[in-house]
Design a binder for this molecule. Structure first.
Ligand code: CU
Length: 249
């Protein structure tokens, strides 16, 4: 067992990183990662059980079955392996998954909780436009967040379907033309992380990345005030979609 743990250490090291679902930096991503680990443990146990049964069957001496016995054994096999096992597995996953999924929704906040920051993210081939309606500041491929304050990100698309995903903070949410989907991001501590378009959207899909910077709350507030005072100019010029590849390489 100790050997197995030692052997898996380098693999688990791969779970770290700026863009890892298994290295959560907020409550939503942590809930998703717990669900993932729970499913991983449960299905590992089921896989081991199935292999153990198979080995047991291999070693067992064959015996003659009457027709009635064979029919009964076959029926039992279908009920246990075809109905009970998948039925119980799906019920257990739903029992954990539905409350977690519900907690991930941008529900009304309790009285006294900090007001969520509003951010509008518009996806287009192949760029993220990030707008802060409070100040009018517009950024490209860059998202700044305050630590400890939720941000309701309104996700839209101007062309095809994209998917907005900051794995260390939350799950994926589709950016669908003509619709606005809201995802509530909450980062617990300052730091840098990555985001990525998670829906194939054309030639430069793989380059449609987002740098996410989480600032201490007071630094972020200062940043907002400075942007408001600066007369709402775009902080960085838009990169024309045609030249986006060259610029990024
Ligand atoms: Cu994409």
């Amino acid at each position: 067992m100790a050997g197995l743990v030692a052997a898996s250490a380098p693999l688990l090291g791969g779970c770290e990183g700026v863009q890892s679902t298994l290295h959560p930096a907020g409550p939503a991503a942590r809930a998703i990662s717990w669900l993932w680990w729970g499913m991983f443990a449960a299905f590992t146990a089921i896989s081991i059980g199935v292999v153990a049964l198979w080995l047991h069957a291999q070693r067992r001496r064959a015996r003659d079955w009457s027709e009635e016995e064979a029919r009964r054994a076959g029926r039992r096999f279908v009920v246990a392996g075809g109905l009970l096992l998948p039925g119980i597995s799906v019920a257990v996953i739903l029992a954990f998954g539905i409350p977690i999924g519900n907690r991930l929704l941008p529900q009304p906040l309790a009285a006294g909780a900090p007001e969520p920051l509003r951010i509008v993210v518009t996806a287009r081939q192949w760029q993220w436009e990030v707008r802060y309606p409070e100040t009018g500041e517009v950024l490209f491929d860059e998202l700044h967040l305050p630590a400890g304050r939720p941000a309701d990100v309104q996700v839209r698309s101007e062309d095809v379907i994209h998917s907005f995903w900051v794995p260390r903070l939350h799950g994926k949410i589709d950016a669908v033309p003509g619709r606005t989907h809201v995802v509530r991001l909450l980062a617990e501590a300052p730091g840098e992380m990555g985001g990525q378009c998670a829906e194939f959207c054309g030639r430069d899909h793989a380059h449609m990345v987002l740098a996410v910077r989480v600032h201490p709350a007071e630094v972020f507030e200062r940043r907002l005030a400075e942007a408001a005072a600066a007369g709402r100019p775009p902080r960085q010029a838009a990169v024309p979609a045609e030249t986006a590849t060259e610029v990024r390489q």
